[in-house]
Design a protein around this ligand. Structure first.
Ligand code: NCD
Length: 350
């Protein structure tokens, strides 16, 4: 059971281990709907306000698709400049107004703490879809679900696993949320690899260490070895002062590519990334030379977003028990993926 009905999800700190496991179990039940094999309409009549004041592709679309697949309808804002915030409207007024129109809202906004401000001004549940360099709790749930599914395929356990994070850990909100969420489990060995000026905020490192996990902080990919998961991130250029020379620290030897994996003897590690991957020259983001590597889980990870977000909506709105009682077959043509690139290919361990 969980205490999430009617609640906000602003940070992974809002989740207990029990609530997290419950959400992942419901996500597993959502797989036939996420994969377009079954239909459910348990949220028929409900409206989601999807408020995105920062760029997004997968988060906005997968929240919307998840809500639609539960039978609900979605209205959205896709640009701060096209919203009344550009006329000086406060977060509080915007939030109160939206509460009159919708049953639940998802918010992405460039300021850290903004989702919490939305939550103070409304009586409907608020889900944080990314608050500046703060948190991104639903991505963390998707990432944890993906790790568990990949581990099920490889017959591995979270307990005793070594999980490396590489890249811009200072501003990458997905890593902040995922680290805190993983800290709910036991005996994980974390390896944090960053160039200078991109380190994980010390408050988060201390918080995780207090939970009894081993945390190693390294300043070079050379130190990468014996890992089960490598979670790469994009340099969050939009959060870095353009007049500083911080970006020059992010040199090519930080790029995760085939050669780096061979050097680290990490060919068997699962490779993850929240996406988007910055494919511009000099970005040194996760290399496309790993695209044919079976261990590259990045698209299974984004596929998993639908089932996890369907689970979250249904639990917060209290309809998760009705879903399996309200299913029908899909009537339209849906091409079915098969093979290991398909996110539903590997079942979670019981
Ligand atoms: C991330 C984000 O917005 O924080 N993307 C996502 O939601 N999957 C990562 C990023 O932008 O680098």
């Amino acid at each position: 059971m969980t205490n999430l009905k009617g609640k906000h999800l602003l940070s992974t700190e809002d989740l207990t281990l029990e609530a997290t496991e419950y959400l992942l179990q419901i996500a597993e039940q959502m797989t036939p709907f996420a994969k377009r094999r079954k239909i459910t309409r348990v949220l028929e009549g409900a409206v989601l306000a999807n408020l995105f004041f920062e760029p997004s592709t997968r988060t906005r679309l997968s929240f919307a698709a998840a809500f639609c697949r539960l039978g609900g309808a979605v209205c959205d804002i896709t640009d701060l400049a096209l919203s009344s915030m550009a006329k000086g409207e406060s977060i509080q007024d915007t939030s109160r107004v939206v509460a009159g129109f919708a049953d639940i809202m998802v918010v992405r906004h460039p300021e850290q703490g903004s989702a919490a401000q939305f939550a103070t001004a409304t009586h409907i549940p608020v889900i944080n879809g990314g608050d500046g360099p703060g948190e991104h709790p639903t991505q963390a749930l998707i990432d944890l679900y993906t790790i568990k599914k990949e581990f099920a395929r490889l017959d591995k356990n979270l307990k005793g696993a070594t999980i490396a994070f590489v890249g811009d850990l200072k501003y990458s909100r997905t890593t902040h949320s995922l680290l805190k969420l993983l800290a709910l489990y036991r005996d994980i060995h974390f390896v944090l690899i960053t160039p200078p000026s991109f380190e994980m905020p010390p408050t988060i490192v201390d918080q995780i260490a207090r939970n009894g996990h081993v945390i190693e902080q390294l300043s070079s990919l050379q130190g990468l070895k014996n890992v089960d998961v490598i979670y790469a991130t994009r340099v969050q250029k939009e959060r870095i002062d353009k007049n500083s020379n911080t970006l020059t620290n992010y040199a090519a030897d930080f790029q995760l590519n085939s050669q780096a994996l061979v050097k680290a003897k990490a060919q068997n590690a699962i490779i993850m990334h929240p996406l988007p991957r910055d494919s511009r020259a000099g970005a040194n983001d996760l290399s496309t030379d790993l695209n044919n590597n079976e261990q590259l889980a990045i698209f299974r990870q984004s596929d998993n977003g639908i089932a996890v977000r369907m689970a979250l909506f249904s639990v917060i709105l209290g309809v998760e028990h009705l879903v399996l009682r309200n299913l029908r077959d899909v009537l339209w043509f849906t091409p079915k993926q098969i093979g290991t690139q398909d996110a539903s290919f590997h079942r979670l361990k019981a």
